[in-house]
Design a protein around this ligand. Structure first.
Ligand SMILES: Nc1ncnc2c1ncn2[C@@H]1O[C@H](COP(=O)(O)OP(=O)(O)OP(=O)(O)O)[C@@H](O)[C@H]1O
Length: 603
């Protein structure tokens, strides 16, 4: 128990220090004005009670002396002034809070985006790591603001509550003591409910992601198409409904349990209040306190109920949010950053050779080796094709040889040095199977920039000519700055048209090695032949690697690497491999036979 208290106190102190120092860094002015407002709000109930007491006592005074003085009216006026001022302070605090939230969201999003860009790709394939990333980046900016507000509310409630306790202590020590006891009880319950809420959140992460996934399905265009063909929406609705209510019912029963506890404490609080009021009434009757004091103290008692509730729930929420924010700090504490090797001797030299030396690779949390003892060399200017059946490891190999994945064993050497982040950025340009379709202008899609300056104009024009994207512009009467994309602009392109744009992006990055990981799948045969031809044409003097299932396009490759079940089973030119009469020949003949048969049937 004591250990838990110490741990939680340390956690709250750590998160509070971190949050406040970050907010101070983001906007010191907003933090300081928030603090001033809190102090003002904290003492305001005491001021109000003082004004009420003064109004009532001056009225009684006038009544007893049978005079009408201006004093009660002056205090009524002061009460009016008090309300005007408090409303203005409320207005200020709302707009300050709003602006601060925007600034914090911006700050954390900026940090998160930069961090995400430097996490090695392999971590996105590790489910546990991906879950922590998702949890750590869950609106940390907004949560930090809520956290600050809770800390400030807590300070404000503490100021008011201390004022109440001291005033009530002067009447009778037992009232102050019991009030204190109630607050401690409420804090304990709020701590407990916050912890159980967080534990439930952790236990439901996977189910909630599943629900979100299913909910997204109903909004996606691709799925809408499938639903209309397979009519499986009722199955998915049933699946979603079942999960929704499993999670929903768990949440509901925890909510009920937590609120029941708070209800019991409220009843206890009301009973004690009743007792205290009776005691105060007794003091009035025995002339120990005046009626004005009775009014002020009873007002103080009923307010103290709300304040103690507010104090305890803000402490509970501080604890709850501190667990969430701590996830973020825990995550960034040892966030893996891709190793940079700017000292690498290969860097900034002309590309000479890429050596793959006996590499093996398996995905995180999978023992099965996807690549097994693979070795080959690619020298500058060569055209290399990688072929093999589905799942044989072609795409994984591409990710290893570009340094996107670190291998379990063996090395990938570029110009003799172990491949690093800077090598990949400098030497490679890759179009993956699942390339991105940026819903932006064609110019941005290709140059990743919104302006076309004189330096890049020629290169851009060349690229759009070569990939056939200029025909696309003519066909749709589009300008290079017109936006494309179905979701944002209602102007969808075909799969093949998007592929041409992705190829354009790769060509635009003028790197010595170009890799096409089977991005031509959606192209029509004429476009595919043209693209591969162009690809080989523009890669004269460059090194090109292309992964393909259409073996006809490998005939002119300098080297063909044949993958089978994660192993490199054959390598050589088309003629050499045909002579081997192995895996390549089998794949080639299968395709050749299919084409011949079709041609025959057509004739
Ligand atoms: N993120 C991942 N986590 C675990 N296993 C994976 C992951 N990605 C791919 N695999 C597995 O690795 C194997 C090789 O996949 P890879 O995509 O490299 O094959 P491929 O030869 O490119 O296939 P295709 O021709 O179908 O594109 C497959 O068995 C696949 O299931």
């Amino acid at each position: 128990m004591l250990k838990k208290i110490i741990y939680n106190s340390k956690l709250i102190t750590f998160v509070t220090m971190k949050t406040i120092s970050t907010i101070y860094k983001v906007s010191p002015l907003y933090l300081l004005s928030n603090l001033c407002i809190v102090v003002l709000k904290g003492i305001s109930p005491l001021i109000y009670i003082f004004l009420t007491e003064r109004t009532v006592s001056s009225l009684i005074n006038d009544l007893e002396n049978s005079t009408i003085t201006s004093t009660p009216f002056l205090f009524i006026l002061l009460q009016f002034g008090y309300f005007v001022l408090m409303e203005y302070i409320n207005y200020l605090s709302k707009i300050i809070e709003f602006r601060l939230k925007q600034k914090m969201e911006y700050y954390f999003n900026n940090e998160i985006f930069t961090m995400c860009a430097s996490i090695p790709l392999i971590y996105y394939d590790d489910l546990n790591y991906y879950n922590s990333l998702q949890r750590a980046t869950l609106d940390v900016g907004g949560t930090s603001c809520t956290y600050l507000q809770q800390v400030l509310t807590c300070i404000q409630s503490c100021i008011t509550f201390t004022g109440f306790v001291v005033s009530l202590y002067l009447i009778h020590w037992s009232i102050a003591l019991l009030l204190f006891f109630i607050v401690i009880l409420l804090i304990g319950i709020n701590f407990y409910t916050s912890k159980s809420d967080y534990d439930q959140f952790l236990s439901q992460i996977l189910q909630n992601r599943n629900i979100e996934y299913l909910e997204e399905l109903f909004k996606s265009k691709e799925v809408a198409k499938e639903f209309r063909i397979f009519k499986q929406e009722s199955y998915f609705i049933r699946k979603w409904k079942k999960l929704y209510w499993i999670v929903g019912n768990e949440k509901y029963s925890l909510e009920k349990k937590n609120n029941r506890k708070l209800l019991y404490v409220s009843y206890l609080q009301f009973s004690l209040n009743l007792l205290f009021l009776s005691l105060l009434a007794f003091y009035v009757l025995t002339k120990k306190i005046t009626i004005a004091k009775f009014v002020a103290l009873s007002q103080m008692l009923s307010s103290s109920l709300g304040i103690s509730y507010q104090l305890a729930s803000s402490i509970g929420r501080i604890y709850r949010e501190s667990l969430t924010i701590n996830d973020y700090y825990d995550f960034i504490k040892d966030v893996p950053i891709e190793k940079s090797n700017i000292e690498n001797e290969s860097f900034n030299k002309e590309f000479k050779c890429l050596s793959v030396n006996n590499i093996s690779f398996s995905y995180p949390n999978h023992e099965h080796l996807i690549l097994k003892n693979i070795s080959f060399d690619i020298t500058s200017g060569k055209k290399v094709a990688i072929v093999g059946r589905n799942g044989s490891g072609k795409s994984t190999l591409v990710k290893c040889l570009t340094g996107l994945y670190t291998t379990n064993n063996g090395k990938v050497l570029l110009n003799g040095g172990i491949i690093c982040k800077e090598d990949r950025e400098r030497y490679f340009s890759t179009v993956f199977q699942d390339f991105l379709k940026y819903e932006m202008s064609l110019l941005e899609n290709i140059t990743l920039n919104s302006e076309l300056n004189e330096d890049i104009k020629d290169r851009f024009n060349q690229v759009i000519q070569r990939t056939g994207t200029s025909d696309l512009l003519r066909k749709y009467d589009l300008g290079i700055s017109d936006n494309v994309g179905a979701t944002l602009y209602g102007r969808e392109l075909s799969g093949g048209e998007w592929q041409k744009i992705a190829l354009g992006r790769a060509l635009f990055k003028d790197s010595p090695i170009i890799i096409l990981d089977e991005p031509t799948a959606a192209l029509d045969p004429v476009s595919e032949a043209k693209i591969i031809e162009e690809f080989l044409d523009i890669s004269i003097g460059k090194t090109s690697i292309f992964v393909t299932h259409r073996l006809g396009s490998c005939i002119n490759a300098d080297v063909i690497l044949v993958m089978k079940d994660g192993e490199l089973v054959e390598q050589g030119t088309h003629d050499e491999l045909i002579l081997l009469n192995g895996e390549y020949t089998e794949l080639f003949n299968m395709q050749a036979k299919w084409y011949k048969q079709k041609e025959y049937e057509f004739n």
